[in-house]
Design a protein around this ligand. Structure first.
Ligand SMILES: [Zn+2]
Length: 104
């Protein structure tokens, strides 16, 4: 009789712990995926004003999983008005910066 009882308790434990454990996993994976998606662009020029981003004074904005550096909070508002425009501008500026560095 004792064996049956202990076997039952094992089955019970598995039945209870099993689903709880997998739910836990799903809950833990969800935020991890969100952080993985966020990429620091690390641009040194503010796409809104064209000013250099000063470390310690920069604003940051997240758009479509990417974090862009801005020179100040005022530029954050402008960026939000037309993010796509400023991202394209930034990409052009980065290309030009890379080009001028190669020319030197
Ligand atoms: Zn600014």
């Amino acid at each position: 009789m004792k064996v049956i009882v202990s076997m039952l308790s094992v089955i019970f434990t598995l039945a209870i712990v099993g689903p709880v454990f997998s739910e836990d996993n799903a809950a833990m994976q969800a935020p991890a995926v969100t952080t993985e998606k966020t990429v620091e662009v690390g641009n040194k020029i503010c796409p809104v004003s064209g000013e250099k981003v000063v470390a310690g004074h920069e604003g940051k904005i997240e758009y479509q999983g990417k974090v862009y550096n801005l020179c100040c909070q005022m530029c954050e508002k402008d960026f939000n008005k037309d993010p796509q425009k400023y991202i394209e501008k930034l990409q052009k500026m980065e290309q030009e910066a890379a080009g001028s560095e190669q020319a030197k």
